[in-house]
Design a protein around this ligand. Structure first.
Ligand code: DCP
Ligand code: MG
Ligand code: MN
Length: 338
């Protein structure tokens, strides 16, 4: 789960969760996806407790918490910190690695490459490294993109896009998704679904890419497009936006969704990513497949669950019906944290 989903400050395990979240981030940056997932599940479990979890035994009795993690929870409660975290924080190489990996769009291998080339600071990179346009923007707006976006500001970006879009066509809708829809008090970026009743993906694309995006750039609201390798299927736009009275650039993601795919898109773009992984796994165990466009049946799968045929569409339109067909009790977005 994300630490800012729901209201964590009132949680009896708030401090423990904060420390575990830091550990989780370290493992994520080391691309240790197994430990990252284990930590995230444990964090979500702790966040649901009504009382403080103090001992190893108490922790281990909870779902998704094994003995090693239970020991770490006890250590955190007793010492207010984790030794493992301290040693990692003080290692200069890890500090540079973290600095570089916190550049938007930069992962472990790119960060390591720069370190091997002898770079140690953001200035080194700007002056000496060969950078892509995306990387330059990520470095120039390093602090902007790392900062959390208050809920009201997420709303203001959504409203800005909506107003501009509805001046082009009143029947367009803009829905704020991601951690915002899960009720988070602040978000890492702004995720918007753009849709219109009866409009095909081609029609949506021609309005959004042909009119909306150029207009938003001209007005100075959009500042940059940030291409990613998986964004060029004509349904997504990634970039940066900035409110008229501000100088802080925010990350903005647009997802174009035709009406008949709305339910599947709502599930996908609400997340969180862990929830998506588990609901997709459940679909695959039932011989179905869930992606951001729909729920499919009669999907032939091979030995390793890899799909052999696409299957036939069962449901795409309605979020609730997808849950029902999968046999998953309805969960409010606020509850979709693991
Ligand atoms: N998503 C996913 N798998 C990913 C990335 C995203 O399923 N690898 C889905 C679930 C996310 C949603 O897309 O909730 C939006 O992605 P974000 O990266 O914007 O994540 P959130 O909005 O959930 O959190 P944040 O506040 O950090 O933006
Ligand atoms: Mg988001
Ligand atoms: Mn996003």
């Amino acid at each position: 789960m994300h630490p800012n989903d729901g209201n964590l400050s009132s949680n009896p395990n708030a401090h423990t969760i904060e420390v575990l979240q830091e550990m989780c981030k370290l493992y994520d940056q080391m691309q240790d996806s197994w430990r990252t997932l284990a930590y995230r599940k444990a964090i979500a479990t702790l966040a649901k407790q009504k009382t403080k979890t103090n001992t190893k035994e108490e922790a281990q009795a909870l779902p998704y918490i094994g003995s090693r993690l239970a020991e770490k929870i006890e250590e955190t409660v007793l010492t207010n910190r984790l030794r493992r975290l301290d040693s990692n924080r003080n290692d200069p190489r890890d500090q540079v690695l973290r600095l570089f990996q916190n550049i938007y769009g930069v992962g472990l291998s790119q960060a390591n490459k720069w370190i091997q080339q002898g770079h140690r600071t953001l200035d080194d990179l700007l002056q000496k490294a060969k950078l892509s346009e995306n990387q330059k923007i990520g470095i120039m707006h390093y602090n902007d993109f790392l900062a959390r976006i208050p809920r009201e500001e997420v709303e203001a970006h959504g409203a800005y896009v909506r107003t501009t879009l509805q001046r082009i066509d009143l029947n367009f809708e803009v829905i704020i998704m991601g951690s915002y829809r899960r009720g988070a008090k602040d978000s890492g970026d702004i995720d918007l679904i753009i849709t219109k009743k009866g409009a095909s993906i081609g029609k949506l694309g021609s309005v959004v890419f042909g009119k909306l995006v150029p207009r938003l750039f001209k007005e100075g609201f959009l500042k940059a497009s940030l291409a990613t390798s998986h964004s060029n299927d004509g349904t997504k736009w990634h970039g940066a936006s900035c409110l008229p009275d501000s100088t802080t650039w925010r990350r903005l993601d647009l997802l174009l969704v035709p009406e008949e795919e709305m339910g599947a898109a709502l599930i996908y773009f609400t997340g969180n990513d862990i929830f998506n992984r588990s609901i997709r796994l459940l679909a695959s165990k039932k011989g179905m497949r869930l992606n951001q466009k729909g729920l499919y049946k009669n999907v032939a799968r091979g030995r390793n669950r890899e799909k052999i045929t696409e299957g036939t569409l069962v449901e795409g339109r309605s979020e609730k019906r997808i849950f029902r067909i999968l046999g998953v009790p309805w969960r409010q977005p606020e509850q979709r944290i693991c």
